[in-house]
Design a protein around this ligand. Structure first.
Ligand SMILES: Cc1cc2nc3c(=O)[nH]c(=O)nc-3n(C[C@H](O)[C@H](O)[C@H](O)COP(=O)(O)OP(=O)(O)OC[C@H]3O[C@@H](n4cnc5c(N)ncnc54)[C@H](O)[C@@H]3O)c2cc1C
Length: 577
């Protein structure tokens, strides 16, 4: 039995991007949100450090400086028209969130407080500038709660714990809806719609050490890949320098923004050697590589593969006021008090710069020439606009999700007003039904957890911070073996209700798809830029590679196309911090 619904806009995902999109779409179209998690459990809720906007509340600041820093941070791969839009709209959207009721931390005179963050500087790179607006170290939590309340107030309809399995395209190539699995009832639903917005977040779970929640399995991009649509710049995945050693749980950059420093085994503040101006607040790709180089040179703590993040000199009062959750994490997970002891950290897979290619209205591109899929949108971490290029600056993702979530929602509403419902192809849900039945009926020995562990280990070893052709090829061989094995994966739970084992098997198939295109794109790009560092091609090569990669699968084969980078003001320069 498949239940059918008809609505105008369907938003897939209830993180910051999905909720902002839904809020704006609902102003001009009938809108529903489908989310595999209860909305307030979305990963946006874990964002700690802040949202970037050149408000200039503490020191002089300008959207133009923010734009320059973002372009430089991206290693000149971001599209500068998109970056301009984001940075110039930032102050207004932060005030909009404030007016919705978001409880930002305040300065003594009552303005929104701001703190420095990696790569954000005054006067085109001269010195760190306080640009991150924050609500203690719970900024994402507050954004999510605020937007969810606004959506409820505006009567957006939610289908919680609905796992989207497929995108439906009409015979003439328009987005026509989605197929979703009701996790509680174990039933398929078809949502027939005029516009579909994907806001499913990241896919850090392809690596072993990651800051990402278990749910970040890249379902959205994997669904589009299976439909023959392209993904953009998949070789660029950010490793955040400070994950808790062995666990990957994030220690926000705000610790360094508030004055914390990284130290090696000799107690040396080693970032002074790698980035003389910005030091510990250099961009994340630079700091993560520096940590690995210290470890390689034998200066990891006790010769091991981690360093120390030292916040002991900040004083207990500041730590408890500005970083209360971080202090709690340290006590809970490590049994240490950050006011007295340094925190053991190592780089952790954190953020997808690449994703579903969109224009600045959130409209999905069908190819590198820029043709669109009518009615299809993407926003948030799942999308590649591209405002982050080869490396994102901290605080720019929370900004991206609200700015481009808003534009996607607005444009979807406009599209719904101008168009009728598209025709549905026949038996749209059959592929989803067949996948579920196949997994439930499989009888092999392999289980999803084992395959996932093997994928995560090989991606960590060979497609992490440092990469070589030889290593990536090894990873690809393993991924192909795992893709074969995942087709026979068995589940012990054969039931209908809350069969999380079944969903994990489907998520694993998605993760493997993304691991494959990430590794293939990394092998293809024979240069080093931002977060993509090839030991066998250590220089940035603007002559051949100042362009975006579009990767797609056609009959199981990987195909690449390229799209030029949009440059408005800033010609590529050597990056120094
Ligand atoms: C620990 C941590 C700290 C961070 N701190 C900061 C910070 O301080 N500043 C900053 O700018 N950025 C930060 N980031 C990055 C930023 O938080 C994320 O990039 C951003 O919140 C992503 O928002 P989103 O709405 O795109 O996705 P998410 O918030 O991840 O939401 C994804 C949604 O999609 C739904 N979904 C996924 N798959 C399906 C499916 N198949 N069917 C139905 N629903 C589905 C989920 O249920 C969820 O609702 C941080 C990230 C992490 C992991």
């Amino acid at each position: 039995m498949v239940r059918t619904h008809r609505t105008e806009t369907v938003v897939v995902g209830a993180g910051g991007a999905g909720l902002m999109a839904a809020l704006y779409a609902s102003r001009g179209s009938q809108t529903v949100v489908l989310s595999k998690l209860y909305p307030t459990r979305s990963h946006t809720g874990t964002a700690q450090g802040g949202i970037g906007a050149a408000l200039g509340n503490i020191e002089e600041d300008h959207p133009e400086w923010h734009t320059f820093d973002t372009v430089k941070g991206s290693d000149y791969l971001a599209d500068q028209d998109a970056v301009e839009r984001m940075c110039y709209e930032a102050p207004e959207i932060v005030y909009e969130l404030e007016h919705m009721g978001l409880p930002f931390s305040r300065t003594p005179e009552g303005k929104i407080n701001q703190r420095p963050f990696g790569g954000h500087a005054a006067e085109f790179g001269k010195r760190p500038v306080p640009r991150a607006c924050f609500a203690a170290d719970r900024t994402g939590h507050m954004i999510l709660q605020t937007l969810y309340q606004q959506c409820l107030k505006h009567r957006v309809k939610f289908y919680d714990e609905f796992h989207v399995l497929d995108l439906v395209l009409s015979p003439d190539g328009r987005a026509a809806g989605v197929v979703a699995y009701d996790i509680d009832q174990g039933e398929l639903h078809l949502f027939h719609a005029k516009a579909v917005i994907f806001a499913t977040g990241g896919f850090g779970r392809i690596w072993q050490i990651t800051s990402n929640a278990h749910s970040l399995t890249g379902d959205g991009p994997a669904i589009l890949l299976q439909k023959g649509l392209p993904l953009e710049d998949m070789e660029f995945f950010q490793f955040h320098p400070t994950g808790i050693y062995k666990m990957g749980i994030l220690i926000t950059e705000a610790v360094r923004g508030e004055g914390g420093v990284l130290r090696n085994d000799q107690g040396e503040r080693f970032m002074e050697r790698y980035a003389p101006t910005m030091k510990d607040l250099a961009s994340r790709d630079v700091v993560s590589r520096a940590i690995y180089l210290e470890v390689k040179a034998g200066r990891g703590i006790g010769g091991k593969n981690y360093v120390h993040l030292d916040a002991t000199h900040l004083g207990r009062e500041k730590i408890e006021e500005r970083l209360p959750d971080i202090a709690d994490f340290c006590r809970t997970y490590l049994g240490i008090d950050p006011a007295e002891q340094p925190i053991p950290v190592q780089p952790t897979a954190h953020y997808a710069m690449g994703g579903i290619p969109t224009d600045v209205e959130g409209r999905v591109r069908r190819n590198a020439a820029g043709d669109l899929v009518p009615g299809l949108y993407a926003a948030g971490e799942v999308a590649c606009v591209s405002v982050h290029g080869a490396n994102r600056l901290g605080t720019n993702s929370l900004l991206d999700i609200v700015v481009f979530g808003k534009h996607a929602g607005q444009d979807a509403a406009r599209f719904c007003q101008q168009n009728d419902w598209p025709e549905l192809p026949e038996e749209t849900w059959q592929p989803s039904q067949a996948t579920i039945e196949r997994i439930l009926n499989n009888t092999g020995e392999d289980n999803a957890a084992r395959i996932r562990d093997e994928m995560q280990a090989v991606m960590m070893d060979h497609v992490g911070v440092f990469r070589t052709a030889e290593g990536i090829q090894k990873a690809l061989e393993k991924i192909h073996e795992l893709q074969e094995r995942v087709r026979h994966v068995t589940v012990s739970d054969k039931g209908k209700r809350f069969n999380t084992e079944l969903l994990e098997a489907i998520e694993l198939r998605n993760l493997l798809e993304l691991a494959e295109v990430t590794a293939q794109s990394a092998l293809n790009r024979t240069e080093s830029r931002g977060a993509h560092y090839r030991e066998d091609f250590q220089q940035r090569d603007d002559e051949h590679w100042l362009k975006h990669t579009f990767v797609r699968k056609e009959d199981g084969q990987i195909r690449f196309e390229y799209r030029p980078v949009v440059i408005t003001k800033y010609q590529p320069q050597e990056r120094k911090y």
